[in-house]
Write a protein that binds this ligand. Structure first.
Ligand code: SAM
Length: 256
């Protein structure tokens, strides 16, 4: 077997109790369209495939694929996509909607989350294991240190349910950080319509690119002060105090 590659975030789960908890949290049903990101050596893939009989997996490291395929032999139809998950188009895998599962590579988890957020119309739910701090940022409320672009972008579109923490000892090799399993379910009525995704993203990047500035100064290149006021928001406030709904109102102004 090849040595785990740190640059690909390869920390393989080996604790059967943790593996069982993650699969139970993902709650795949027979017939579900499920895609696993970063199957590695199959810690989650094997139990998922046993339950489902069919599974799509997306793995960047081709050297792992022979061992993965061998472990899954006879368990069902494993469709391996040897590619970068950052280039993944869910729609290309089938009609969906997909349950997305993964013990994500920590080094790319934030861009991967943004990519998945852009494809939510093909997602039924996501059950992901991430570095604990990333889940804290996703679930953060306004005003706190963790509240930022990721919090607003996720909460505008998904219900965020942090489930349980997992310590480094559950992995080989152990990472330096704790992990948290989180379930994300797309909202029936997201705070921003998909047509406003571009404007929303521009507002969030500007607002959180410049911490400790007032909204008026942070948004200078994106929204005029009058437009902020027209959204019913005081331009002297600091961006990190705004709620998700208030950011959605600013996106509507930015789109006019
Ligand atoms: N699911 C396995 C487990 O729980 O033991 C492995 C998890 S390991 C934290 C992350 C996996 O994602 C590795 O197999 C790694 O090769 C793969 N990976 C890293 N970057 C990737 C990318 N950009 N696209 C797809 N897979 C990637």
């Amino acid at each position: 077997m090849t040595r785990p590659k740190r640059r690909l975030g390869q920390h393989f789960l080996h604790d059967p109790a943790v593996i069982e908890r993650i699969v139970a949290a993902a709650d795949p049903r027979p017939g579900d369209a499920v895609v696993e990101i970063g199957p590695g050596l199959g810690a989650l893939t094997v139990p998922l495939l046993r339950r489902l009989g069919r599974l799509d997996v997306v793995e960047l490291d081709r050297e792992l694929l022979p061992a993965l395929a061998a472990r899954c032999e006879g368990l069902g139809e494993l469709r391996i996509h040897a590619m970068d998950a950052l280039a993944l188009e869910l729609a290309a895998l089938g009609p969906g909607p997909f349950l997305v599962v993964g013990n994500l590579p920590y080094n790319v988890s934030t861009p991967l989350l943004f990519r998945l957020l852009g494809q939510l119309r093909h997602v039924r739910a996501m059950c992901l294991m991430l570095q604990h701090e990333v889940v804290a940022r996703m679930a953060a409320a306004p005003g706190g240190r963790d509240y930022g672009r990721l919090s607003v972008a996720v909460q505008a579109r998904c219900a965020v349910r942090p489930l349980f923490r997992v310590g480094p000892g559950a992995f080989r090799p152990p990472p330096r950080v704790w992990s948290t399993v989180v379930r994300l379910e797309p909202l029936a009525a997201p705070a921003v319509a998909p047509a406003l995704d571009g404007a929303f993203d521009r507002v969030l990047r500007a607002a959180f690119g410049q911490r400790r500035k007032t909204l008026r100064n942070a948004l200078a290149g994106v929204l005029a002060e009058e437009a902020i006021t027209a959204a019913g928001i005081d331009p002297r406030r600091r961006p990190e105090t705004l709620t998700v709904e208030e950011f959605a109102r600013l996106a509507r102004q930015a789109a006019v």
